[in-house]
Design a binder for this molecule. Structure first.
Ligand code: NAG
Ligand code: NAG
Ligand code: NAG
Ligand code: NAG
Length: 507
């Protein structure tokens, strides 16, 4: 008989729902360093594929990321959401999308929506526990009213853009084919950075935040870069390093990633120059897998951005830090971890509490990161999107509707239902290998043993009906706590033409 990992019954699994396991840390028992609360620098890359770092065997050079991760802990069973806003919302809230009704798509510029206001953000909690909090780069968590903007969500300062992408040099994004500026410092439009590449500009801002930091307080710096997301643009000096890559788009992306790598090196150097590196935790994570067909590569994983295949959700990430930070250094951590976990983990090491938060779905992973201990996380909900177009036939009358787009990981197993999106295997163009796709036009149920088969090549759903039934039952139970998806209409009032020609609050 098939059992869940560790012989856990379904009931036990439900009782072990992440969130219940959060600890309310105190300064004394939570500080990982020498009793001083650590500085926290969180670097988020945009659309970086699983194959796109040197230490995953990429042709792209990332010497800084390779070294920092080798000195820290590489996370090799780590999950994000398949698209931008959901990963960012779960990072900031510690909560699954279904619990906030934001499980469908991203926040589009002209929708009156965003990360719900009812629960404090990671930045709110760190600020409450005495941190200076700064954000630089991409927000994408809503901006139709001031209350949704970064400075209202726990950040003492912000410099960056509000939407999902921007021109790397001109910091604009189109509305009805006309381009408008999307760049603000503490809410005020910034008009003097035209022609400056975003990676250079944001790194400068980050370095400045570090060097100007008042060291009587701990620092939280959130660096959300807009690369290697499209549009693919990079200073020639980075692209020229890859003149042997024939595919133009891939060559540019390679340059963008090496540029980002240098940026992380500069941030680290600034922390050292300031004398605060020893007591700093640095997290690096992608927001989702690389988009299929757009030069960011997840190979050998299947699928990519927007999909529930591993290529969409299995992310590149590591945690490292200076010498006072106690970490399981040099380890490759294969414990199940999810982007919602950063909230309790980082609030925990900051000595904060969870007062005022709605129930969290993340679990505190600090023990696992610092000592290599097993995680308490048993499962990850990748998503249930009941608003996505249903696919195929309902296979069982009495449990979760397999026509609905959903995926859940339970121990070694992953179950997918509905239409998970494009399930291609796309190798790096520079290898000249061909793209492989299996035609599964009517299929709406898959079961994989991800430990053995991370490439999702062997569907076990027919072979293991009992496992399928049990996981569907869990999915049904999890789904019963979902809020209906909130996905308001596109509103022409968002047109920046009506708001001084700059993207910003419109309601
Ligand atoms: C802890 O580390 C910080 C940062 O390196 C240092 O300034 C402080 O003196 C240390 N405190 C103790 C008690 O060792
Ligand atoms: C990193 O710092 C070097 C030296 O100051 C500078 O030339 C380079 O442009 C910086 N790179 C980025 C991405 O900020
Ligand atoms: C939680 O926060 C509320 C509002 O800020 C405050 O009134 C309350 O005392 C706090 N409770 C604890 C246990 O810190
Ligand atoms: C890929 O194809 C290009 C163009 O045909 C060729 O120049 C290059 O050597 C090939 N690369 C590999 C790794 O086979």
């Amino acid at each position: 008989m098939e059992v869940f990992p560790g012989n856990l019954s379904l009931l036990t699994l439900l009782l072990l729902t992440p969130g219940i396991a959060c600890r309310a840390g105190s300064v004394a028992d939570a500080a990982p360093g020498n009793g001083t609360r650590p500085n926290i620098v969180f670097v988020l890359a945009d659309d970086l594929g699983f194959h796109d770092v040197g230490y995953h065997g990429s042709r792209i050079r990332t010497p800084v990321l390779d070294q920092l991760s080798a000195d820290g802990v590489r996370l090799e069973n780590y999950y994000v959401q398949p698209i931008c806003s959901p990963t960012r919302s779960q990072l900031m809230s510690g909560r699954y999308q279904i619990h906030d009704g934001i499980q469908h798509s991203v926040f589009w510029d002209d929708q009156a929506t965003g990360l719900p206001l009812g629960s404090p953000t990671l930045a709110d909690k760190l600020r409450e526990s005495g941190y200076s909090t700064h954000m630089v780069g991409k927000w994408h968590l809503g901006f139709h009213t001031e209350e949704y903007m970064p400075n209202s969500r726990g950040f003492d300062s912000s410099f960056g853009f509000l939407g999902g992408h921007e021109g790397q040099y001109y910091h604009t994004r189109a509305y009805k084919k006309k381009k408008y500026l999307d760049l603000r410092a503490d809410g005020v439009p910034v008009r003097d950075q035209e022609g400056r590449h975003s990676t250079d500009m944001y790194t400068d801002q980050g370095v400045r935040r570090i060097l100007d930091h008042d060291v009587t307080k701990p620092l939280f710096l959130y660096m959300a870069y807009s690369v290697p997301h499209s549009p693919h643009q990079v200073p020639a000096v980075y692209e020229e390093q890859y003149s042997d890559i024939a595919d133009k788009n891939r060559r540019t992306v390679a340059g963008m990633i090496t540029h980002l790598d240098e940026a992380v090196g500069n941030l680290t150097q600034a922390l050292k120059d300031k004398g605060i590196w020893d007591n700093t935790i640095l997290v690096f994570s992608t927001d989702n897998g690389g988009p299929i067909g757009d030069a960011c590569i997840n190979y050998p994983l299947r699928g990519g951005k927007w999909t529930l295949w591993e290529g969409g959700v299995r992310g590149v990430a590591f945690v490292t830090g200076g010498k006072n930070i106690v970490l399981d250094r040099g380890a490759v951590n294969r414990e199940l971890m999810h982007v919602t976990d950063w909230f309790p983990t980082l609030v925990g090491v900051a000595g904060g509490d969870f007062n005022g938060t709605k129930p969290l779905d993340g679990v505190d992973q600090w023990d696992s990161l610092s000592t290599g201990a097993s995680t308490t996380r048993k499962w990850v909900l990748h998503n249930i999107d009941s608003k996505n177009k249903k696919k195929g036939k309902k296979l069982f009358p009495d449990t979760f509707d397999t026509r609905i787009r959903a995926a859940i990981r339970v121990g070694k197993y992953k179950l997918i239902t509905g239409n998970p999106g494009w399930g291609k295997w796309v190798p790096p163009p520079e290898t000249n290998s061909s793209i492989v796709e299996i035609k599964e036009s009517k299929k709406n149920l898959w079961l994989f043993n991800i430990d053995k088969d991370p490439e999702e090549r062997r569907d076990l759903s027919a072979k293991k009906p009992k496992v399928v039934k049990r996981i569907l039952k869990l999915l049904q139970k999890v789904n019963s706590k979902a809020l209906p998806p909130f996905f308001p209409p596109h509103n022409p009032l968002a047109n920046p033409k009506l708001h001084g020609g700059v993207w910003g609050p419109w309601q």
